[in-house]
Design a protein around this ligand. Structure first.
Ligand code: ZN
Length: 96
């Protein structure tokens, strides 16, 4: 089955779980590979991960890509919404 979407989208459709440790309390914090920050489940501190940013954060077609994946049923509506929010957040904090 050859679905046409960009290679970066694999990380959105089948994200790897990456485990990091909270710098404050040492608890394990699980990230999806496209996430760069997440709240520590133990102390609630926002833990940042030094990550290669997902294509979502820089790809010009990210928005269309996410919509497309959602239409293909590759992303749940909830996940798509999360990604779009992340995208908006990135856009806002960039200096462009
Ligand atoms: Zn913690």
């Amino acid at each position: 089955m050859a679905l046409k979407y960009c290679p970066g989208a694999r990380g959105l459709v089948e994200p790897q779980i990456i485990v990091t440790y909270c710098p404050v309390c040492g608890a394990e914090v699980e990230f999806f590979e496209y996430e760069v920050e997440r709240k520590c489940p133990e102390c609630g501190r926002v833990v940042k991960r030094e990550a290669t940013p997902s294509c979502v954060t820089w790809c010009k077609s990210a928005r269309e890509c996410i919509m497309n994946l959602q239409q293909l049923g590759k992303l749940s509506a909830e996940r798509a919404r999360e990604l779009l929010e992340m995208l908006d957040k990135t856009k806002k904090s960039s200096t462009e």
